[in-house]
Design a protein around this ligand. Structure first.
Ligand code: GDP
Ligand code: IMO
Ligand code: MG
Length: 422
């Protein structure tokens, strides 16, 4: 059984926690897009692990963790993550595999990301990890891949050419001094030496795995509405975060995929700028942010919070072919008198049942809400679905009906045991 896990909202849905749970029954866990902009939290035995590049299945002994070609790799961030894991007693040994086709993030990507954001009138609110500029180089065919990093002559040539162009942009557009070739070259040949042992063709590895009936779990980063095509463009990331991204981002054919598991929070959050139809008032946002610890796992920025938006999640089900859904953070809704769910949008007298792609429309829509009764009980230690309060189950059933997809897991806390299968 090969499964893909995708975020159904704007990221931070709790994918890391769900991947960790599902990884128990998988042999390979594969990241296929994004980079160190991702922050996937896994809590085991009270210890908090935040994964940026390493797949969230790494805590399970013996599982092979792959970084597919679609991921942008910041070598300094990856090496730091490997060291931190070793420090916490997690031995990645021969379990980490990196595609030679991954594009490499350089400091000029990160600085460009930062300078560009500062200059923009309508800011995106990026994580400033160099993701956009690195993918831009990839598409512009001047990117430097892992395989290039491992070849000193190719690296020298490509880096020199890139710096010539980038330094001109730095100086003329941003009044920044730019970067020295010798220093960067030395730094990156050092990274090459440290990472070479992990590099292997991921597509061949997964093909063999599939042939020997091994189970592959693909780990999406970000979420549907941060997808470069299907998200709230331009307030998106620069990769394909929907389920389809897993085939191009890891080199496996579409028929490998048996199931698509969407992850959605029981409410909505977003970090960064862009439209957010169901966003709470500032005061209520602050309350839920504190209660749900809604601060970015990568940047620490406060997350914006709002009601569950069924128009959005329905669209995510459609574009990713989600076959079942994991609903997280239901515990955070305990104690509310009533809970609202957006079931449609109104804009200039028109009713939208489907997600509009015009950002101007999206900025101006008024959600049509269905109000449901809340529950008071603390649900974080409930172990069986039928033991949840009636109104809790009523909320889950309502979402299931309106989304037209089975909710197969509910999560009521960050640890493994706080997960109930339905
Ligand atoms: P990801 O990027 O989708 O992996 O999500 P993040 O790790 O960025 O953010 C999710 C946060 O919610 C993490 O701090 C998780 O530990 C936490 N979390 C996940 N599921 C639950 C849940 O059901 N209840 C609570 N209270 N926290 C959860
Ligand atoms: P995980 O995998 C939430 C957001 C940024 C910004 C936009 C573009 O943890 O769910 P980028 O640095 O990618 O160019 O930023 O995307 N963003 C995320 N938001 N979760 C993430 O990852 C995100 N990765 C990027 O905040 O709005
Ligand atoms: Mg996250």
């Amino acid at each position: 059984m090969n499964r893909v896990v995708v975020g159904a909202q704007w990221g931070d849905e709790g994918k890391g926690k769900i991947i960790d749970i599902l990884a128990k029954d998988a042999d390979y866990i594969v990241r296929y897009q994004g980079g160190s902009n991702a922050g996937h939290t896994v809590v085991v035995d009270g210890k908090n692990y935040i994964f940026h590049l390493i797949p969230s299945g790494i805590l399970h002994k013996g599982k092979i963790c792959c970084i597919g070609n679609g991921v942008t790799v910041d070598p300094s961030a990856l090496i730091k993550e490997i060291k931190e894991l070793a420090h916490m007693g997690i031995n990645i040994g021969g379990r980490l595999k990196i595609s030679p086709l991954c594009h490499i993030i350089f400091p000029y990507h990160k600085i460009l990301d930062d300078l560009r954001e500062k200059k923009l009138v309508h800011k995106i609110g990026t994580t400033r990890r160099g993701i956009g500029p690195c993918y831009a180089d990839k598409i512009n065919r001047c990117g430097i891949r892992m395989v290039d990093l491992l070849n000193p002559r190719v690296l020298k040539d490509k880096l020199m050419n890139n710096l010539e162009e980038k330094n001109e942009i730095f100086k003329k557009v941003y009044h920044h001094k730019g970067f020295d070739f010798p220093l960067l070259y030395r730094e990156y040949t050092g990274y090459a030496a440290a990472l070479a042992k992990y590099v292997v063709s991921i597509s061949s590895l997964l093909e063999q795995a599939n042939r020997s009936k091994k189970d592959i779990l693909f780990e999406g980063a970000q979420g549907t509405f941060l997808d470069i095509d299907f998200g709230t463009y331009p307030y998106v990331t620069s990769s394909s975060a929907i389920s389809g991204g897993c085939t191009i981002g890891s080199g496996v054919p579409p028929h490998f995929i048996d199931k698509v598991i969407g992850v959605a929070k029981a409410y909505t959050t977003r970090v960064g700028e862009g439209p957010f139809p169901t966003e709470f008032t500032q005061e209520f946002s602050r309350i839920i942010r504190e209660k749900g610890s809604e601060f970015g796992a990568t940047t620490g920025r406060p997350r914006r919070c709002g009601w569950f938006d069924a128009v959005m999640v329905k669209q995510a089900v459609l574009v990713s072919g989600i076959t079942e859904l994991a609903l997280t953070k239901l515990d955070i809704l305990s104690g509310l008198k009533s809970i609202s769910v957006a079931v449609g949008y109104k804009y200039k007298g028109k009713t939208f049942k489907y997600f509009p792609y015009d950002c101007e429309v999206l900025e101006g829509v008024k959600p049509v809400y269905k109000e449901l009764p809340g529950w008071n009980e603390n649900v974080s230690s409930t172990k069986h679905y039928k033991e949840f309060p009636r109104d809790f189950r009523n909320y889950v059933d309502f979402l299931q009906d309106i989304l037209g997809v089975r909710i197969s897991m509910v999560s009521v806390g960050s640890s493994r045991s706080q997960t109930v299968f339905i």
